[in-house]
Design a protein around this ligand. Sequence first.
Ligand code: DX5
Ligand code: ZN
Length: 219
Amino acid sequence: MSKTRIAPSILAADFGNLQRDVEMVNHSEADWFHLDVMDGVFVPNISYGMPIIKTIAKHATKTLDAHLMIVDPDRYIKTFADLGMDYLTVHFEACNHLHRTIQAIKNEGMKAGVALNPHTNVMQLEDTIQDIDLALVMSVNPGFGGQSFIENTYSKVEKLKEMILRKNSSAMIQVDGGVTNKNAKKLVEAGADVLVAGSYVFKSPNPDNTIKDLKNLLK
Ligand code: DX5
Ligand code: ZN
């Protein structure tokens, strides 16, 4: 379990002190930066766009993991590559030609991720799991930070892990939404490789320590 990655979600950071919060993640035991992009169409909220991502990328020294909650993400694949993203995740529900989108992300030199809403069966990834680097299981309905974790996520992660092993895929499983010290261990036992944590980290009195505690819990 020691290889579990922690990806703090910048959505919960203090945007008035963005550089400070990015530096905190740089110096912490966290592994990735999780960047949530929302368009107000695919999800009922708008988060932040290119100028903020550019600022984050300028200061960040760790893997940049962008989670696009937008319709027709193909339009921006090149833009996100130019911004320096390492992982680009699109929603299964937002892509008419998912296979083509995955190839386009990889052709731009990024790792390709596919996210599933809570209502989407993990078996929908049966025919793409060998092509992707990351499968993101949403454990809340996307659009907002600070929501409660949906318990059905454990069984989705287990089923996905089983599929990944059966298909001999090297995809990692990421879980996003409502992650805390209460569910982290059980998620990793179910098969999760990357845990996104927003509010739990940034709204805690000492985010740096919270990340450390989460890592220790998963050792
Ligand atoms: C939700 C986003 C999440 C969010 C997680 O739509 O995809 O990444 O920032 O925030 P918490 O950890 O507060 O649920
Ligand atoms: Zn996210």
